[in-house]
Design a protein around this ligand. Structure first.
Ligand SMILES: Nc1nc2c(ncn2[C@@H]2O[C@H](COP(=O)(O)OP(=O)(O)OP(=O)(O)O)[C@@H](O)[C@H]2O)c(=O)[nH]1
Ligand SMILES: [Mg+2]
Length: 367
């Protein structure tokens, strides 16, 4: 068998000269059966991430090679952060190839979620964003839900050609492929995965048959996601680990909700109504009077109002505000990568404070 010259965990080209660059393997380990770079080794065994020298553009350049190949594109999005993980520019990089859209991490949504309605919503939203897809799937790469359907879909739409699994960083591409590998040949955790964005560094080829392969690819980075401005430990707090339990706050106008120390919702105007909060269960929400909100933040940021913890406050860009009006439709106000608040559609004006690069958006309620 031909020896691969890239790391089987992350896809980086193997080198033996520079410890601080991607793909480093000590020369003595070159003949090991399983070639894993030092960075993957540390991620796997110590959950420590080593920064890499790739720029956002380097990742885009790698993905754009796909436009010169032909095959099926499996575009994975994180259903907990649809807009933040959608990456509109991605279809330019994948050429004219057919696309199926896979919403991952459905295990995080409340069990009562209507998945068929959610699929319709995904299809429509993708079309509104200029993406025509062959089909839409909802899966959990973690627990295996929906895997049979998506496997059938891939087999059908790939038409015997290669398959490229693409998407934003951290949506779960590698976890999804590990599950495919596990279900077909039994190997566990073949590819490196982690909760840090930017784990996969190159293409990883998984043969499907004699003539075609499936490829894991590096994620595209979206700087508009909260994850890029948080320390490791803070990232853990905002990342939901299991089914989200929505928390309802009945608010009057003139009241404020703080989502940890990462976002603030001021209810400026409207009748008393429920604010239904969908955030990681371990993230704390504080309610206060709008008139006290500034002072509360100054006094308690990094402590009561955390994450970010006080040591990491400086990683956050400065704050900016957006005012949104809700009327008529049940709507979600979304903070990319953090979660959302659902309002019933009773007229409401809400001012949202977030770190400047992480702008909120409004959508029709998905649940
Ligand atoms: N709750 C939940 N978490 C998931 C699921 N799939 C992946 N994750 C988690 O999401 C994080 C990112 O997973 P990866 O598979 O490394 O994501 P990726 O898209 O390959 O990321 P990059 O290689 O950085 O582009 C990890 O912490 C996974 O455990 C899922 O179905 N549900
Ligand atoms: Mg990956």
């Amino acid at each position: 068998m031909e020896r691969v010259n890239y790391c089987q965990g992350c896809g980086a080209t193997i080198q033996t000269t520079d410890k601080n660059k991607p793909g480093f393997v000590p020369a003595s380990a070159l003949n090991n059966d399983m070639l894993i770079c030092q960075r993957c080794f540390r991620l796997k065994h110590y959950n420590e991430v080593q920064d890499v020298s790739y720029t956002d553009q380097d990742f885009l350049d790698m993905i754009s090679q796909i436009s010169e190949s032909s095959g099926l594109i499996v575009k994975v999005v994180d259903i907990f952060d649809f807009s933040g993980s959608f990456i509109k520019s991605l279809h330019r990089l994948t050429g004219k190839n057919p696309i199926i859209l896979v919403g991952n991490k459905v295990d995080l949504l409340p069990k009562s979620t209507n998945l068929n309605r959610l699929k319709q919503w995904m299809k429509k939203t993708a079309a509104d964003l200029g993406l025509v897809v062959q089909d839409v799937y909802l899966i959990s790469a973690s627990n295996g839900k929906g895997m049979d359907e998506v496997k059938k879909g891939i087999e059908y739409y790939r038409n015997k050609q290669d398959v490229y699994v693409v998407g934003c960083t951290n949506v779960g591409k590698s976890t999804f492929i590990n599950r495919l590998i596990n279900e077909s040949i039994g190997t566990k955790d073949a590819i490196t995965t982690s909760y840090f964005p930017g784990t996969t560094l190159g293409f990883i080829e998984i043969p499907l048959d004699q003539h075609s392969s499936l490829f894991d690819t590096p994620g595209v980075i979206n700087r508009g996601q909260m994850a890029h401005y948080l320390s490791e430990s803070d990232l853990k707090v905002i990342t939901p680990a299991k089914e989200i339990k929505p928390i309802v706050h009945q608010l009057q106008q003139g009241q404020t909700l703080f989502i940890g120390g990462l976002a603030r919702f001021d209810f400026i105007k409207g009748e008393k109504q429920p604010f239904v909060c969908y955030f990681a269960n371990q993230l704390s929400i504080h309610r206060t009077k709008l008139e006290n909100a500034d002072a509360l933040y100054e006094k308690h940021k990094g402590e009561l109002l955390s994450p970010p913890s006080s040591d990491n406050l400086s990683l956050l860009p400065e704050w900016s505000t957006h005012t949104l009006k809700i009327e008529g439709n049940k709507s979600d106000i979304v903070i990319p990568g953090l979660g959302w608040i659902t309002l019933s559609g009773v007229a409401a004006t809400v001012t949202i404070h977030t770190p400047k690069t992480v702008a909120p958006s409004k959508r029709d309620a998905i649940i």
